[in-house]
Design a protein around this ligand. Sequence first.
Ligand code: UDP
Length: 406
Amino acid sequence: MPQVKDYKDIVGQSVIDELFAIGEKSRDLKIQHVNSTAVGGGVAEILTRLVPMMNELGVQARWDVIKGGEKFFAITKKMHNALHGVPETFTDDDWAHFMEVDRENARSMNFDNNVVFIHDPQPIGLVEQREHLDNKWVWRCHIDFSEPRENVWLFLKDFIERFDGAIFSAPAFSRPLKTKQFLISPSIDPLSDKNKDLSDDFVRDIFDRFGIDRKRPVVTQISRFDYLKDPVGVIKAYRLVKRYIDCQLVLAGGGATDDPEGEKVLSEVREAANGDRDVFVLLLPPSSDVEINALQRGSTVVLQKSLREGFGLTVAEAMWKSRPVIASAVGGIPLQIKHKYNGILTHSIEGTAYWIKQLINEPNYARELARNGKEHIRQNFLITRHLRDYLLLSLSLFHDKDIVYL
Ligand code: UDP
């Protein structure tokens, strides 16, 4: 596993020195992260690297995952959708079951840490435990919070206001709250299997293994099979392009253990693909990081046609690999893509199709966008910046003043 110093060639020595200096100041910190899945989705992706890096800097960091049954995750999936603006109905029994599961988890957990970061709504009820403790609690929201449905918002607000702070991924998600709010963007790890450099031979082998022809343009979206990622919309955009260009489409993804809707979406995607031999619907197991890396790296254009998106790590991943990216202007995506400078923002199936054609037909323009994209990610969205933000925020919680001096 890479060490903090190994990032020097990517971000420069001064960034590494600063991290160790902040680490020195953070040695007494015991930090706990809690979420609801160890694999699949952006949160698990980030914690897998952030927690060991915190430990390497001298902080005592740990990561706990709450447990829940099918009923619990069906409720939390509805909450997730409702927070993203999808109308959902909740019964009293839903709320009661949600709290029952969080309380059951709390009984078997230990919160004896200075700072507890609770990620997303699933474990939010654990904040009840802080009444017995003298530590700091922060709610870390990874969701597109711009238009939450009233029912779920009112339920969550009561919990959010019991935290010492709430972190959002984009300014558009902040809301009127009694709690202090922080803006921290997510990040990618450039040295992980998902993002590290790969040889051309390796990339070619992976494409061969899936039977994808690299002599023809390849358009790819990597995502969990989720309605909010709009995989069927991606197929429709591909069909519009296919009338003019003989391209292929790759829709690759797996499920997350806290997402029960995946199978239904996958079968709808297969139906929409309708046996087209140039549409590759790949169901990937959780340990597919290098395969995803290769698919992103070897694609002509990468899409992220989400209807809602907390941040969209897949966008940063593809930009880091110098790929031209076309993505919807939702959630945290406009933080990453500046339209026509380092990628393309779209608002519809037709717009997506138009830009796929443009970027395939104008490879020099596509290369220029991709070059700018990689630099934007280097400056703003790598894990070293994220690690720094988490540690500074943790330190700031113990200071009366708003600024922490190093
Ligand atoms: N991912 C993965 N396997 C899959 C689908 C996605 O490892 O089958 C990864 C993807 O590369 C990215 C993360 O999961 O790192 C998804 O994060 P994102 O913010 O794009 O969306 P989320 O799934 O959190 O809504």
